[in-house]
Structures are given as structure tokens and as C-alpha cells.
Design a protein around this ligand. Structure first.
Ligand code: SF4
Ligand code: MG
Length: 390
């Protein structure tokens, strides 16, 4: 399968009282057409910020400061080529170089995102069906006039709902769009969809709400669905059903899924390829087999060693001893960010390792000196090397 998304050297920063926080710095990964790409790591590792950067939902005081997000879309490439040839490479467009309106218009038909909490995208005061129909409506308008449409897509939190409510015509949805809403609810496995379409979110169970949110996210028939911890809040049975649903949709709708989770069990079950995030970087990536059978980065080893009960979604990754380094710009060390916690830390790790190929599958790479070298005990850093802080 061809690549659909190539994220290169992505940097996303937040400006706080403590200074500039480099939440994501130098992230690289590739998503192929029709695959599930798993992004795994502890909370705070930058998974969500990475996803929000792709869909252009990073909010103040944050911003994407550097990098490229190449998205394959031949029509878009043709349209953009004239205005900004630099933003186009073959069938790929660097979405970070698109004008704001053009970028926003990608939300829905190109990228769509679902979250842990369905209520972050559903409005409690409107029927489920109408909300989905609105999303359909927006996509229809956008696709009939891709250049000028002010795409407001489905609700992304209360802020956008408030803004949307000020747009005239907001409450109008056609019968056709309502019919499509029923179809979408049916597609995501909601029984009696033609009745339930008129119910309000509070009349739905947690699992059904999750399905409704997925239906809404599918309204634009996205190429890439980004799911951020979509099952973390659900009990085991419902979690399995939702994961099964995502798998089925990904196959039937020929859609790529970026699945973000702290749960390696979910990754093992779902992902074709995997990126492991640590302290704002993808420290290892490869096929599912590369990561599970032949892990290279000591952090990945640590994660696998602490693999929680695969059937218990509430179970967190066991913490690996030691602390995640500060991501405040002025405090960031100029060495491997895992060195303080790494059982294999050597002198050469005091220089920041670039990503290098691990051998094995051609997609297997890690930001670690062990990727193309051996552990050399004679150069090991003493256990207390980092004590006392620096
Ligand atoms: Fe450990 Fe060195 Fe690899 Fe960093 S580069 S993870 S310190 S072996
Ligand atoms: Mg998160």
C-alpha cells in the first residue's frame, strides 16, 4: 500500500510561564493507505499533541513551529501546485503550508479525529442524528465548493459549537443528510438506527455514544481517522466491540486509522505498524513484529517488560524507574532523553542519537545507538552518573 501521510520533523511547542515547552520535537512517522498505525507511549509523551498537530487543532498557547506533514491527495496537489509549488511533491501536499481555510477544509474528508470522551464532540442539547446530519451537510457543501467553503465540520468542543451557532443556516439539515445520518449510525452498529437518530446523547450508553461519535467522524468519509485513546474509558467488553468496529470500518471503508493508546495490548491486537513515543519523540518505529519480536530501543524493551494485563483497559503501563526529562526548552538535555533511565547508557549516548535503521524490516528504525551498534560494557556510564542532577 502507498503512503497516505508522511510526518517529518514535526515540532509543536507550548508557551508557558516556565518557558517554551517542546511537547513534540522532531517527530517522524508514515501512515500507509488502509492500515492501522499505532502510536503508543506513556501519557505526556506527545501522542495527542502529535495528532492534534496533524488535524490542525493545536490551541493557544501552542503552535506547530517546524516540520512537514505530507498528505497524499492528487486533486489537492493539482490545485495547490500553481499557487505554491514548494508545498507539492508529486501527489503529496505539505498541509502545514496550506492557507488556513484550505487546511481547515481537510478536516472531515481527509482527516477526522475521535477522542476518549464522546462528549467532546457531541452536543448534549441536540439530537445525535441532527449532529451527524450537520457533519454530513458541512462535508457536502465543502465538496461541492472546495475552495471557498468555510468548513466548520463536526463539533470540536464547545468553543466551535458556540462559533457555529452564530453562523446562519446552522440548524438547517436536509432530509437527505438525515437519511445519511441513519445510514452512518447503522454502519457503526447502532441497532434501530432510524429510531435512535432522534434521541439525545444522554439517552445513549457509553459504548453507543462512542459509536455515534465515530459515525459523526465518518461523515466526510475521511482518508485518515485519528482515534485518541478511543476505548480507554470503556469496560473490557465494550472496548473490544469498539476496536472490532474500528477494524471493520478501516477494512470496509478503505481508511487508514491512527490509533493512539498507552495500552500495548490494544496495539498488539490492532496495529499493522507502530511508533513508540517517549518525551516528545518517536523513539522507535516499525512493523508490529519489529516492535514486539525484535525491539531495539531500551524504552520499548521497558514497555514490553511491563506489558499490562491485555484484557484490562484500565491498567496503565507500569512506570519504568526514573523520570521523564523536562521538555522545557532551556532544561532539555543535549543527550539521549532516555539516558537517565536507560540500563544500557554509554558514553556515546551523551550525544543526541539521530534516528537510524535497525535492520530487519526496512521500516524498522530507532533513535538509539543500539540500532546499529552493540552495548559495550567498557563504555557504560556509571550507575550514579546522572545523580545530583544537571
Ligand atoms: Fe539507552 Fe543510549 Fe539507546 Fe539512549 S541511545 S536509549 S541511552 S542505549
Ligand atoms: Mg493523550
Amino acid at each position: 500500500p502507498e503512503d497516505v501521510l508522511r510526518v517529518r520533523n514535526l515540532h509543536t511547542e507550548f508557551y508557558t510561564e516556565e518557558g517554551q515547552v517542546n511537547a513534540v520535537h522532531g517527530v517522524d512517522f508514515t501512515v500507509r493507505g488502509g492500515e492501522v498505525f499505532g502510536l503508543v507511549g506513556e501519557s505526556g509523551s506527545g501522542k495527542s499533541v502529535t495528532a492534534l498537530s496533524v488535524v490542525d487543532l493545536v490551541e493557544d498557547p501552542g503552535r506547530v513551529s517546524e516540520g512537514e506533514i505530507w498528505y497524499r491527495n492528487a486533486d489537492l496537489a493539482d490545485r495547490v501546485r500553481e499557487d505554491d509549488p514548494e508545498a507539492v511533491d508529486g501527489d503529496f501536499v505539505d498541509v502545514l503550508r496550506l492557507p488556513e481555510a484550505e487546511r481547515r477544509a481537510l478536516r472531515g474528508p481527509s482527516f477526522s479525529m475521535i477522542f476518549q470522551d464522546p462528549m467532546s464532540s457531541l452536543d448534549p442539547s441536540m439530537t445525535v442524528g441532527k449532529q451527524i446530519a450537520e457533519a454530513v451537510e458541512v462535508q457536502r457543501r465543502a465538496s461541492s465548493n472546495p475552495r471557498s467553503t468555510r468548513s466548520r465540520t463536526q463539533g470540536y468542543g464547545l468553543g466551535s459549537l458556540l462559533v457555529d451557532s452564530m453562523i446562519p443556516g446552522r440548524s438547517y439539515v436536509s432530509e437527505e443528510s438525515m437519511e445519511r445520518a441513519v445510514e452512518l449510525l447503522d454502519l457503526v452498529g447502532i441497532p434501530d438506527a432510524e429510531d435512535r437518530v432522534d434521541e439525545y446523547p444522554h439517552q445513549f450508553s457509553g459504548g453507543m455514544l462512542q459509536r455515534a461519535m465515530i459515525a459523526q467522524a465518518l461523515a466526510g468519509e475521511p482518508d485518515v481517522l485519528i482515534a485518541d485513546e478511543p476505548t480507554t474509558a470503556l469496560d473490557v467488553t465494550i472496548q473490544a466491540q469498539i476496536l472490532g468496529l474500528l477494524r471493520r470500518l478501516q477494512r470496509e471503508e478503505d481508511m487508514s486509522v491512527v490509533l493512539i493508546t498507552h495500552n500495548l495490548g490494544v496495539i498488539a491486537r490492532m496495529a499493522d505498524r507502530v511508533g513508540v513515543m517517549y518525551a516528545g519523540e518517536v523513539v522507535e518505529r516499525g512493523t508490529l513484529d519489529d516492535i514486539f519480536e525484535d525491539p531495539t530501543h531500551p524504552y520499548t524493551h521497558g514497555l514490553l517488560g511491563s506489558i499490562p494485563d491485555l484484557d484490562d483497559p484500565a491498567e496503565r503501563l507500569q512506570p519504568i524507574e526514573g523520570n521523564v526529562p523536562s521538555l522545557v526548552d532551556a532544561e532539555m538535555p543535549d543527550r539521549c532523553y532516555f539516558a537517565d533511565r536507560c540500563p544500557n547508557a554509554m558514553e556515546q549516548c551523551l550525544e543526541k542519537p539521530a534516528e537510524r535503521s535497525c535492520g530487519g524490516s526496512d521500516q524498522h528504525a530507532a533513535k538509539c545507538v543500539l540500532a546499529d551498534g552493540e552495548y559495550d560494557e567498557s563504555r557504560a556510564l556509571p550507575d550514579d552518573y546522572f545523580d545530583g542532577g544537571d
